[in-house]
Design a protein around this ligand. Structure first.
Ligand code: SF4
Length: 360
Protein backbone atom coordinates (compact mmCIF):
# COMPACT_ATOMS: atom_id res chain seq x y z
CA UNK A 1 0.00 0.00 0.00
CA UNK A 2 1.35 3.41 -0.94
CA UNK A 3 1.94 6.49 1.12
CA UNK A 4 -1.17 7.86 2.78
CA UNK A 5 -1.17 11.29 4.35
CA UNK A 6 -4.41 11.23 6.21
CA UNK A 7 -3.50 13.16 9.36
CA UNK A 8 -3.85 16.69 8.00
CA UNK A 9 -6.80 15.85 5.78
CA UNK A 10 -9.08 14.78 8.59
CA UNK A 11 -12.01 16.68 9.89
CA UNK A 12 -11.13 18.83 12.92
CA UNK A 13 -13.11 17.71 15.95
CA UNK A 14 -13.17 19.72 19.18
CA UNK A 15 -12.57 17.97 22.48
CA UNK A 16 -12.72 20.49 25.29
CA UNK A 17 -10.16 23.18 24.46
CA UNK A 18 -8.26 20.90 22.05
CA UNK A 19 -8.83 19.98 18.44
CA UNK A 20 -8.24 16.46 17.21
CA UNK A 21 -7.69 16.21 13.47
CA UNK A 22 -7.10 18.66 10.67
CA UNK A 23 -3.49 19.32 11.64
CA UNK A 24 -0.13 17.60 11.72
CA UNK A 25 -0.35 17.07 15.42
CA UNK A 26 -0.97 13.98 17.48
CA UNK A 27 -2.62 14.34 20.87
CA UNK A 28 -1.60 12.08 23.75
CA UNK A 29 -4.26 10.25 25.72
CA UNK A 30 -4.22 7.82 28.58
CA UNK A 31 -6.78 6.07 30.75
CA UNK A 32 -7.10 5.94 34.50
CA UNK A 33 -6.75 2.69 36.39
CA UNK A 34 -8.65 3.79 39.49
CA UNK A 35 -12.29 3.08 40.24
CA UNK A 36 -13.96 6.10 38.65
CA UNK A 37 -16.38 6.48 41.57
CA UNK A 38 -13.36 7.01 43.82
CA UNK A 39 -13.10 10.68 42.92
CA UNK A 40 -10.06 11.40 45.12
CA UNK A 41 -7.94 8.61 43.66
CA UNK A 42 -9.10 9.30 40.12
CA UNK A 43 -8.35 13.02 40.29
CA UNK A 44 -4.95 12.29 41.82
CA UNK A 45 -4.10 9.93 38.98
CA UNK A 46 -5.35 12.36 36.33
CA UNK A 47 -3.19 15.12 37.76
CA UNK A 48 -0.13 12.85 37.65
CA UNK A 49 -0.96 12.00 34.05
CA UNK A 50 -1.31 15.65 33.14
CA UNK A 51 2.05 16.41 34.71
CA UNK A 52 3.64 13.65 32.62
CA UNK A 53 2.25 15.22 29.43
CA UNK A 54 -1.11 13.54 28.99
CA UNK A 55 -3.43 15.88 27.07
CA UNK A 56 -6.75 14.04 27.24
CA UNK A 57 -7.76 11.47 29.82
CA UNK A 58 -10.34 8.70 29.64
CA UNK A 59 -12.17 7.11 32.52
CA UNK A 60 -14.23 3.93 32.53
CA UNK A 61 -17.90 4.32 33.29
CA UNK A 62 -19.18 0.84 34.11
CA UNK A 63 -22.01 1.83 36.44
CA UNK A 64 -24.13 4.61 37.87
CA UNK A 65 -21.70 5.39 40.68
CA UNK A 66 -19.03 6.11 38.07
CA UNK A 67 -21.41 8.23 35.97
CA UNK A 68 -22.39 10.22 39.06
CA UNK A 69 -18.73 10.98 39.80
CA UNK A 70 -18.06 12.61 36.41
CA UNK A 71 -19.19 16.13 37.34
CA UNK A 72 -17.04 16.18 40.47
CA UNK A 73 -13.98 14.83 38.63
CA UNK A 74 -14.52 17.32 35.85
CA UNK A 75 -14.49 20.23 38.30
CA UNK A 76 -11.13 19.22 39.69
CA UNK A 77 -9.04 18.51 36.59
CA UNK A 78 -7.57 20.66 33.83
CA UNK A 79 -7.46 18.37 30.80
CA UNK A 80 -10.44 17.21 28.69
CA UNK A 81 -12.25 14.17 30.07
CA UNK A 82 -13.46 11.27 27.96
CA UNK A 83 -16.00 8.90 29.42
CA UNK A 84 -15.96 5.31 28.24
CA UNK A 85 -19.37 3.65 28.08
CA UNK A 86 -20.19 0.32 26.65
CA UNK A 87 -23.88 -0.20 26.11
CA UNK A 88 -25.96 1.70 28.61
CA UNK A 89 -27.33 4.87 27.06
CA UNK A 90 -28.46 6.16 30.47
CA UNK A 91 -24.85 6.21 31.63
CA UNK A 92 -23.95 8.09 28.47
CA UNK A 93 -26.64 10.69 29.15
CA UNK A 94 -25.49 11.07 32.73
CA UNK A 95 -21.85 11.44 31.70
CA UNK A 96 -22.73 14.08 29.12
CA UNK A 97 -24.81 15.94 31.69
CA UNK A 98 -21.89 15.70 34.13
CA UNK A 99 -19.64 17.55 31.70
CA UNK A 100 -17.82 14.84 29.73
CA UNK A 101 -15.80 16.41 26.90
CA UNK A 102 -16.20 13.34 24.73
CA UNK A 103 -17.82 9.97 25.11
CA UNK A 104 -16.70 6.67 23.74
CA UNK A 105 -19.66 4.54 22.80
CA UNK A 106 -20.53 2.52 19.74
CA UNK A 107 -23.94 3.72 18.55
CA UNK A 108 -24.70 0.29 17.09
CA UNK A 109 -24.45 -1.17 20.58
CA UNK A 110 -26.89 1.22 22.24
CA UNK A 111 -30.01 -0.58 21.06
CA UNK A 112 -33.34 1.08 20.18
CA UNK A 113 -33.23 4.02 17.82
CA UNK A 114 -34.76 6.47 20.29
CA UNK A 115 -31.96 5.70 22.73
CA UNK A 116 -29.34 6.44 20.10
CA UNK A 117 -31.21 9.63 19.24
CA UNK A 118 -31.26 10.71 22.88
CA UNK A 119 -27.48 10.28 23.21
CA UNK A 120 -26.77 12.05 19.92
CA UNK A 121 -29.10 14.91 20.83
CA UNK A 122 -27.40 15.36 24.21
CA UNK A 123 -23.93 15.26 22.64
CA UNK A 124 -25.00 17.80 20.01
CA UNK A 125 -26.43 20.14 22.60
CA UNK A 126 -23.16 20.13 24.54
CA UNK A 127 -21.06 20.19 21.37
CA UNK A 128 -19.06 17.11 22.33
CA UNK A 129 -17.81 14.36 20.02
CA UNK A 130 -18.40 10.63 20.10
CA UNK A 131 -15.59 8.15 19.65
CA UNK A 132 -16.47 4.94 17.92
CA UNK A 133 -14.19 2.20 19.19
CA UNK A 134 -13.83 -0.70 16.80
CA UNK A 135 -12.01 -3.60 18.37
CA UNK A 136 -10.89 -6.68 16.44
CA UNK A 137 -11.79 -8.77 19.47
CA UNK A 138 -15.42 -7.70 19.57
CA UNK A 139 -16.62 -7.33 16.01
CA UNK A 140 -20.33 -7.71 15.29
CA UNK A 141 -21.47 -11.27 14.76
CA UNK A 142 -22.66 -10.69 11.18
CA UNK A 143 -19.29 -9.21 10.21
CA UNK A 144 -17.38 -12.09 11.77
CA UNK A 145 -19.64 -14.51 9.92
CA UNK A 146 -18.98 -12.74 6.65
CA UNK A 147 -15.18 -12.66 6.99
CA UNK A 148 -14.72 -15.79 9.09
CA UNK A 149 -12.33 -14.09 11.57
CA UNK A 150 -11.38 -10.50 12.46
CA UNK A 151 -9.95 -8.80 9.38
CA UNK A 152 -9.07 -5.20 8.52
CA UNK A 153 -11.95 -5.08 6.02
CA UNK A 154 -14.32 -6.37 8.68
CA UNK A 155 -13.11 -3.72 11.09
CA UNK A 156 -13.62 -0.96 8.51
CA UNK A 157 -17.08 -2.32 7.76
CA UNK A 158 -17.89 -2.18 11.47
CA UNK A 159 -16.62 1.41 11.70
CA UNK A 160 -18.69 2.46 8.69
CA UNK A 161 -21.77 0.84 10.20
CA UNK A 162 -21.45 2.88 13.40
CA UNK A 163 -20.50 6.03 11.48
CA UNK A 164 -23.61 5.72 9.33
CA UNK A 165 -25.87 5.59 12.36
CA UNK A 166 -24.43 8.93 13.54
CA UNK A 167 -24.36 10.52 10.11
CA UNK A 168 -28.01 9.61 9.57
CA UNK A 169 -28.74 11.70 12.65
CA UNK A 170 -26.67 14.52 11.14
CA UNK A 171 -23.91 14.01 13.70
CA UNK A 172 -20.35 14.41 12.40
CA UNK A 173 -18.17 15.10 15.43
CA UNK A 174 -16.78 11.61 15.21
CA UNK A 175 -13.43 10.09 16.10
CA UNK A 176 -12.72 6.46 15.31
CA UNK A 177 -10.32 3.88 16.73
CA UNK A 178 -9.51 0.55 15.09
CA UNK A 179 -7.78 -1.38 17.82
CA UNK A 180 -6.30 -4.82 17.56
CA UNK A 181 -3.68 -6.54 19.64
CA UNK A 182 -2.20 -8.08 16.48
CA UNK A 183 0.20 -5.46 15.14
CA UNK A 184 -0.12 -6.37 11.46
CA UNK A 185 -3.90 -6.36 11.68
CA UNK A 186 -3.93 -2.98 13.41
CA UNK A 187 -1.64 -1.44 10.79
CA UNK A 188 -3.78 -2.73 7.93
CA UNK A 189 -7.01 -1.68 9.63
CA UNK A 190 -5.78 1.89 10.19
CA UNK A 191 -4.52 2.13 6.60
CA UNK A 192 -7.86 1.00 5.26
CA UNK A 193 -9.77 3.25 7.62
CA UNK A 194 -7.68 6.23 6.50
CA UNK A 195 -8.75 5.53 2.94
CA UNK A 196 -12.37 4.87 3.79
CA UNK A 197 -13.27 8.04 5.73
CA UNK A 198 -11.89 11.39 6.83
CA UNK A 199 -12.82 11.32 10.52
CA UNK A 200 -9.80 11.65 12.81
CA UNK A 201 -8.26 8.40 13.96
CA UNK A 202 -7.41 7.50 17.53
CA UNK A 203 -4.50 5.05 17.45
CA UNK A 204 -3.88 2.17 19.78
CA UNK A 205 -2.50 -1.33 19.90
CA UNK A 206 -4.73 -2.90 22.45
CA UNK A 207 -3.63 -5.27 25.21
CA UNK A 208 -0.07 -4.78 24.13
CA UNK A 209 1.43 -6.13 27.34
CA UNK A 210 3.78 -5.15 30.13
CA UNK A 211 6.01 -2.10 30.29
CA UNK A 212 8.88 -3.56 28.32
CA UNK A 213 7.17 -5.87 25.82
CA UNK A 214 4.18 -3.55 25.44
CA UNK A 215 6.42 -0.58 24.73
CA UNK A 216 8.21 -2.44 21.96
CA UNK A 217 4.96 -3.75 20.50
CA UNK A 218 3.24 -0.37 20.65
CA UNK A 219 6.24 1.40 19.15
CA UNK A 220 6.37 -1.12 16.30
CA UNK A 221 2.67 -0.88 15.51
CA UNK A 222 1.99 2.76 16.22
CA UNK A 223 5.29 3.75 14.63
CA UNK A 224 4.36 2.04 11.37
CA UNK A 225 0.99 3.78 11.34
CA UNK A 226 2.34 7.21 12.32
CA UNK A 227 5.05 6.97 9.66
CA UNK A 228 2.35 6.81 6.98
CA UNK A 229 0.91 10.11 8.15
CA UNK A 230 -2.02 8.41 9.86
CA UNK A 231 -3.30 9.12 13.36
CA UNK A 232 -4.53 12.22 15.16
CA UNK A 233 -4.48 11.06 18.74
CA UNK A 234 -3.07 8.00 20.45
CA UNK A 235 -2.97 5.94 23.56
CA UNK A 236 -0.21 3.50 24.37
CA UNK A 237 -1.85 0.67 26.36
CA UNK A 238 0.39 -0.94 28.93
CA UNK A 239 -0.11 -3.22 31.91
CA UNK A 240 1.71 -0.61 33.99
CA UNK A 241 1.25 2.72 35.73
CA UNK A 242 -0.51 4.85 33.08
CA UNK A 243 2.13 7.55 33.56
CA UNK A 244 4.41 5.11 31.72
CA UNK A 245 1.95 5.09 28.82
CA UNK A 246 2.30 8.84 28.53
CA UNK A 247 6.09 8.70 28.68
CA UNK A 248 6.18 6.10 25.91
CA UNK A 249 3.71 8.09 23.81
CA UNK A 250 5.81 11.23 24.15
CA UNK A 251 8.98 9.39 23.19
CA UNK A 252 7.25 7.85 20.21
CA UNK A 253 5.95 11.18 18.97
CA UNK A 254 9.37 12.74 19.47
CA UNK A 255 10.87 10.13 17.13
CA UNK A 256 8.56 11.36 14.40
CA UNK A 257 8.92 15.05 15.21
CA UNK A 258 5.24 15.13 16.06
CA UNK A 259 5.52 16.84 19.40
CA UNK A 260 6.31 20.52 19.75
CA UNK A 261 7.12 21.01 23.38
CA UNK A 262 9.37 18.14 24.32
CA UNK A 263 13.08 17.95 24.98
CA UNK A 264 14.96 15.05 23.44
CA UNK A 265 18.03 13.19 24.58
CA UNK A 266 20.68 11.72 22.35
CA UNK A 267 23.10 9.44 24.17
CA UNK A 268 25.82 7.14 22.90
CA UNK A 269 25.67 3.38 23.44
CA UNK A 270 29.08 3.52 25.24
CA UNK A 271 32.10 1.45 24.33
CA UNK A 272 35.62 0.79 25.54
CA UNK A 273 36.50 4.46 25.10
CA UNK A 274 34.07 5.57 27.78
CA UNK A 275 35.47 8.18 30.21
CA UNK A 276 32.49 8.83 32.50
CA UNK A 277 29.62 6.87 34.06
CA UNK A 278 27.49 7.56 31.04
CA UNK A 279 24.55 5.21 31.60
CA UNK A 280 23.85 6.71 35.01
CA UNK A 281 24.23 10.24 33.65
CA UNK A 282 22.03 9.59 30.62
CA UNK A 283 19.25 8.19 32.83
CA UNK A 284 19.47 11.13 35.18
CA UNK A 285 19.33 13.64 32.33
CA UNK A 286 16.47 11.77 30.70
CA UNK A 287 14.47 11.88 33.92
CA UNK A 288 15.12 15.61 34.18
CA UNK A 289 14.05 16.26 30.60
CA UNK A 290 10.58 14.88 31.35
CA UNK A 291 9.90 18.14 33.15
CA UNK A 292 11.16 20.37 30.33
CA UNK A 293 8.43 21.51 27.97
CA UNK A 294 10.68 23.05 25.34
CA UNK A 295 12.12 21.57 22.12
CA UNK A 296 15.71 21.31 23.32
CA UNK A 297 18.04 18.61 22.01
CA UNK A 298 20.49 17.35 24.59
CA UNK A 299 23.38 15.05 23.85
CA UNK A 300 25.37 12.95 26.29
CA UNK A 301 28.51 11.21 25.00
CA UNK A 302 30.81 8.83 26.83
CA UNK A 303 33.98 10.37 25.43
CA UNK A 304 35.15 13.17 23.22
CA UNK A 305 36.75 10.90 20.65
CA UNK A 306 34.37 11.83 17.92
CA UNK A 307 34.24 15.31 19.31
CA UNK A 308 31.20 17.34 20.26
CA UNK A 309 31.02 18.18 16.56
CA UNK A 310 29.46 14.73 16.15
CA UNK A 311 26.47 16.00 18.02
CA UNK A 312 26.09 19.23 16.06
CA UNK A 313 22.32 19.08 15.92
CA UNK A 314 22.23 18.99 19.72
CA UNK A 315 21.60 22.35 21.36
CA UNK A 316 23.66 21.37 24.34
CA UNK A 317 25.49 18.38 25.70
CA UNK A 318 28.40 16.87 27.53
CA UNK A 319 31.16 14.55 26.42
CA UNK A 320 33.28 12.62 28.89
CA UNK A 321 36.99 13.45 29.15
CA UNK A 322 38.90 11.60 31.92
CA UNK A 323 36.84 12.31 35.00
CA UNK A 324 35.73 15.58 33.48
CA UNK A 325 33.15 16.62 30.99
CA UNK A 326 33.26 18.96 28.07
CA UNK A 327 30.16 21.06 28.02
CA UNK A 328 29.27 22.00 24.50
CA UNK A 329 26.64 24.00 22.70
CA UNK A 330 25.76 23.57 19.03
CA UNK A 331 28.88 21.50 18.44
CA UNK A 332 31.32 23.94 20.12
CA UNK A 333 33.00 23.29 23.47
CA UNK A 334 32.04 25.95 26.00
CA UNK A 335 33.94 24.83 29.10
CA UNK A 336 35.20 21.89 31.14
CA UNK A 337 33.22 20.67 34.13
CA UNK A 338 34.19 18.13 36.82
CA UNK A 339 32.35 14.79 36.63
CA UNK A 340 30.82 15.30 40.10
CA UNK A 341 28.97 18.45 39.05
CA UNK A 342 28.54 17.96 35.32
CA UNK A 343 24.90 16.86 35.50
CA UNK A 344 23.97 19.83 37.66
CA UNK A 345 25.78 22.19 35.33
CA UNK A 346 24.01 20.66 32.36
CA UNK A 347 20.63 20.96 34.09
CA UNK A 348 21.27 24.65 34.78
CA UNK A 349 22.11 25.28 31.15
CA UNK A 350 19.02 23.36 30.03
CA UNK A 351 16.89 25.45 32.39
CA UNK A 352 18.30 28.65 30.90
CA UNK A 353 17.49 27.49 27.38
CA UNK A 354 14.01 26.43 28.44
CA UNK A 355 13.39 29.83 30.08
CA UNK A 356 14.35 31.56 26.87
CA UNK A 357 11.95 29.33 24.96
CA UNK A 358 9.06 29.91 27.38
CA UNK A 359 9.60 33.70 27.12
CA UNK A 360 9.22 33.66 23.34
FE1 SF4 B 1 32.28 5.03 22.58
FE2 SF4 B 1 32.84 7.61 22.88
FE3 SF4 B 1 31.25 6.82 20.86
FE4 SF4 B 1 30.36 6.73 23.37
S1 SF4 B 1 30.95 8.59 22.21
S2 SF4 B 1 30.19 5.10 21.85
S3 SF4 B 1 32.18 6.19 24.50
S4 SF4 B 1 33.41 6.34 21.10
Amino acid sequence: MGEIIHRTKTRPVKVGNLTIGGADQVIIQSMTTTKTHDVEATVREINRLEEAGCQIVRVACPDERAANAISEIKKRINIPLVVDIHFDYRLALKAIEGGADKIRINPGNIGKRERVEAVVKAAKEKGIPIRIGVNAGSLERNILKKYGYPTADGMVESALHHIKILEDLDFHDIIVSMKASDVNLAIEAYEKAAQAFDYPLHLGITESGTLFAGTVKSAAGLGAILSKGIGNTLRVSLSADPVEEVKVARELLKSFGLIANAATLVSCPTCGRIEIDLIKIANEVEEYLQTIKAPIKVSVLGCAVNGPGEAKEADIGIAGARGEGLLFKKGKTVRKVPEATMVDELKKEIDKMAEEYYKK
